[in-house]
Design a protein around this ligand. Structure first.
Ligand code: DGY
Length: 349
């Protein structure tokens, strides 16, 4: 959905809207929205400012928990990021007038959805609009890891590049490889389509549900263990839910090929990070590319930063300029629709 569609949607929803929420700012008659950082993309904020009173954490950083708890009391809506934990404590201090929480992310593992539902609080998120950006970054990370780009660049800059040499900076190629996708939703499928253009031999996927789109892509559904055993590249695009938490543990890494490249652009918590460090240090797998870690940011003394066979990025999967603007607009549109009792463009049910 682009900006214009979203804006049209919001204004028509508002026009139609049954504006009956009594908890609005009594002096201005406007809704109160709390925004958890000062640097949210402007296009979304502009939509909100027309209709709401905005209160924003003053810094371009994650709002400290204590400040967050103090600031949400009495607001009608919270515009948050994946770094803001929305739990019972936040909902309690916010108060019963809180109508909607809207996160500028497709992942929503930071939100206690059950508790929100119980209290009738709507929850918005940003699916679809970041699929392509995240798939592109996943491909970039895969190739950066397998073709050892950070290591090669460092060598070139620091005098390690002595001559062309036949075995210098070699790594596994995608052509003819078997690629295993763990999670085959929107992002997994978008990655698989891109992977296919590299003339891979097979694309396998593991998913809790049957995916009709797999036929068109030519991906084959397999059990998790088979995927681990057969894949030259294992790409994680599954959401974090109780069933996927630390599914990549010691036993999973031991089932993978010693030549395998592991790529995770989903959530760090799908991986037992100590088991991954052990697998990389002991060459149980060939290498790993991570856009997500536990915790985030990853402490500078993490062994992952010291390993040559590991590339770590600072959670930038959706970070194209247009994507972030559209995510901000969708986050705002979700809030405006919910506040006006209209259908939200992307509601989590
Ligand atoms: C998400 O949206 O959940 C990504 O992890 C960040 O854009």
């Amino acid at each position: 959905m682009n900006y214009k569609t979203l804006f049209g949607y919001v204004t028509s929803s508002v026009r139609k809207g049954l504006v009956n929420n009594l908890s609005r700012n009594m002096s201005t008659g406007r809704f109160r929205v709390y925004i958890t950082r000062s640097d949210m993309p402007e296009s979304g904020l502009d939509l909100l400012k027309k209709k709401c009173d905005i209160k924003t954490w003053k810094e371009a950083s994650t709002v400290p928990r204590e400040e967050f708890l103090k600031s949400v009391a009495g607001v009608d809506a919270i515009y948050c990021t994946l770094s803001d934990k929305i739990d019972q404590e936040v909902l309690n201090v916010a108060g019963p007038q809180l109508k909607v929480i809207s996160t500028i992310s497709v992942g929503y593992d930071h939100i206690d959805l059950t508790e929100c539902k119980k209290r009738g609080i709507k929850v918005g998120y940003t699916p679809n609009v970041l699929t392509d950006a995240t798939a592109e970054l996943t491909m970039a990370l895969l190739l950066t890891t397998s073709r050892r780009l950070p290591e090669a660049q460092l060598d070139a800059k620091t005098g390690g590049w002595v001559s062309w040499a036949p075995n210098y900076m070699t790594g596994p190629g995608l052509k003819g490889a078997t690629v295993g996708m763990v999670g085959f939703g929107r992002i997994g499928q978008a990655v698989a389509k891109r992977v296919k253009s590299f003339e891979t031999a097979r694309i396998l996927y593991f998913s809790r549900s049957e995916r009709a789109e797999a036929n068109e892509i030519g991906a084959i559904k397999v059990e998790f263990d088979e995927l681990l055993k057969e894949s030259d590249f294992v790409i994680v695009c599954a959401p974090l839910v109780p069933e996927t938490k630390e599914m990549f543990n010691k036993s999973a890494f031991e089932k993978m090929k010693r030549s395998a490249v592991f790529v995770n652009t989903s959530r760090g918590a799908l991986v037992d990070q100590n088991a991954l460090i052990y697998a990389l240090e002991n060459k149980i797998i060939w290498g790993a590319g991570l856009d997500v870690t536990t915790p985030e940011p990853l402490p500078l003394d993490s062994p992952l930063f010291k390993l040559k066979n590991c590339v770590v990025l600072p959670h930038i999967g959706s970070a194209t300029i247009d994507t972030r603007n559209t995510m901000s607009e969708l986050t705002a549109a979700n809030i405006l629709a919910a506040l006006h009792n209209a259908k939200m463009p992307a509601e989590l049910k």
